[in-house]
Each structure stands twice: as structure tokens, then as C-alpha cells.
Write a protein that binds this ligand. Structure first.
Ligand code: FAD
Length: 255
């Protein structure tokens, strides 16, 4: 299918993007970054924005910087750039994100804003207590990842706000993310990420948002999951996947 008609706008600066979002508020504007999720949703008519605000021309929202005890990743940084950056669990986890062309265009900020419950960036942000820095008409604010994700495709972001960067604590702990999907490159059926220092696990695919559990015990975590039978995937199967994936993630993260 083709998308419904829309008007295209190019933002040249962060403030310019926010201005466009504010000015066009009555016409249901949407930011477009890598387009790897939004274009598919528009083609299926699951999203029908009246205006697209392209932010890829904003040159100060790309890049990775260590700033004291913080690692700052610009929202327009692609998954592929992080994959090649040698950043421990963040780089290693990128192998699970779609296929190479998707990782080459898709952005960290786009993943966080899109908020798929099994998206690797959403899980990593919750696991590592990242902060999402956003800019809106009233200025800039930071939102803790644990408070950012409200449900599938639903976040604390206001319609006129732009994600500017994602800030992780630095250095990163010994951690790993692993997952299972029926086909390579698909979103995971279940995914698990662990942080050995804080002895915590985040699971994807077992609820509407990444689920944070203060344990590394695979048996205990699997037994405590509130999952139901769904067509093609029984609760028993999903629990079993969670158990296996937590074990694997702990083994991968261990020195
Ligand atoms: P876009 O598609 O441009 O935008 C997505 C949403 O985010 C839109 O609502 C847009 O308005 C909003 N947005 C984008 N940037 C910002 C910003 N800076 N501030 C505020 N809002 C913003 N993703 C995974 O995580 N794991 C996978 O396994 C995976 N597999 C995929 C497989 C396929 C076949 C495809 C097509 C995609 C897959 N993706 C997967 C999605 C991919 O990672 C996308 O890159 C990502 O979800 C969105 O990033 P984007 O830059 O393409 O955002």
C-alpha cells in the first residue's frame, strides 16, 4: 500500500524542528528520522500524519561522546554506528536489530520514540537506567527510561517534543542482551538483558513495556512472569524462552 498524502518539511536545527511541530500541531505532524518504522506504518495506514518533519539534516544530533560519568548518544546516531563503536553491551546488542540496511538507516532516538516492547534500545535504556533528553517548546527536560515507556508505541514524549539524546551511565557494567525470533532479523518473541553489577534483568516480549526484575535467577524470573496463552505461543513456551534466554545472557555477560 501507499501512504495517505502528507506535506514534507525539513528541519535544519533542533529548535527549528520544535517550531515546526508546534506550528503544524493542528495537522498531526510527525518527526521522521531513519523512516524504518514510520514508513512501514504509513504504508499500512497505521499512521496517517498530515505533515512529516524530517530531522536528518540536523547536524548536532549525531554522535557518541563520553562526558565524565555519562555516555551521550545523539538521537540521530544509527544502530550501525553504535554496533561498530566498541561500546560493550550496546554494540553487541545491535546484532539483534533487524538486518544491516535497517541498522544503517534506523536511529537510536527513533527506536526509543517508537517504543516497541521488544526493541533492543528500549530494553537497554531501562536496564542501564538511561535518561532520555528531549526538547520542547518549554525547553529541555530529561526523563528516566524507567518512566518513559507507558505501553506499546506510547511514551512520556509530548507530540511537540523532540528526543535529542540518550544518556547512559558510564562506564557500562558487565551486561548482555540475547533473544529469540522465529526468523533472523525479526523483532524478538522474547528477549532478555542482564546487568551483573546491579543483578537485574530486563525482559522484552512478556508485557506491554520492557519488564525490569531485580534478579538474575532464571527459574525465579520465569516462574514469576504474568503471561497468557496466545495464538501460536503458549504461556509455557514463553516462560521457557525467558528462562533459557536469561541463563544465556548471564553466561554471555560473565567475565
Ligand atoms: P522512524 O521510523 O523515522 O520513526 C519512528 C517513530 O519515532 C516515529 O513515530 C517518529 O515520529 C519517531 N521519532 C523518530 N526520531 C525521533 C526523535 N528524535 N524524537 C522524537 N520522535 C522521533 N527495531 C528493533 O528495535 N529491533 C528489531 O529487531 C527491528 N527489526 C526490524 C525489522 C524490519 C524488517 C524493519 C523494517 C524494522 C525493524 N526495526 C527493529 C525498526 C528499526 O530499528 C527502526 O530503525 C527503529 O524502530 C526506528 O528508528 P527510525 O530512525 O527508523 O525511526
Amino acid at each position: 500500500m501507499k501512504p495517505a498524502s502528507f506535506e514534507f518539511h525539513r528541519a535544519r536545527s533542533r529548535a527549528g524542528a520544535v517550531e515546526l511541530l508546534t506550528e503544524l500541531a493542528d495537522g498531526d505532524p510527525k518527526i521522521i528520522a531513519g523512516g524504518q518504522s514510520l514508513v512501514a506504518m504509513m504504508n499500512f495506514r497505521l499512521a496517517r500524519p498530515g505533515h512529516l518533519v524530517d530531522i536528518t539534516g540536523i547536524d548536532d544530533m549525531t554522535g557518541i561522546e563520553v562526558d565524565g560519568d555519562r555516555l551521550r548518544i545523539g538521537a540521530l546516531t544509527t544502530h550501525r554506528t553504535v554496533e561498530k563503536a566498541g561500546l560493550g553491551v550496546l554494540s553487541a546488542a545491535m546484532r539483534w536489530v533487524g538486518h544491516l540496511p535497517i541498522r544503517t538507516r534506523g536511529t537510536v532516538g527513533g527506536s526509543i520514540a517508537h517504543a516497541d516492547a521488544t526493541a533492543e534500545w528500549c530494553m537497554l535504556a531501562v536496564l542501564l537506567d538511561a535518561r532520555i533528553r528531549v526538547l520542547g517548546p518549554a525547553g529541555s527536560r530529561e526523563i528516566a527510561a524507567g518512566e518513559f515507556f507507558h505501553g506499546p508505541f506510547w511514551t512520556a514524549l509530548e507530540p511537540d517534543e523532540l528526543i535529542v539524546e540518550i544518556v547512559f551511565p558510564w562506564p557500562l557494567p558487565p551486561a548482555a542482551l540475547t533473544e529469540y525470533a522465529d526468523r533472523k532479523g525479526d523483532f524478538a518473541l522474547v528477549a532478555a538483558a542482564v546487568d551483573l553489577d546491579r543483578e537485574r534483568t530486563v525482559l522484552g516480549g512478556v508485557g506491554p513495556v520492557p519488564l525490569l526484575v531485580d534478579s538474575l535467577d532464571a527459574e525465579e524470573i520465569a516462574a514469576g512472569l504474568d503471561v497468557r496463552d496466545e495464538p501460536g505461543v503458549s504461556a509455557h513456551y514463553r516462560r521457557g524462552l525467558a528462562r533459557t534466554l536469561v541463563r544465556r545472557a548471564v553466561a554471555e555477560a560473565s567475565p
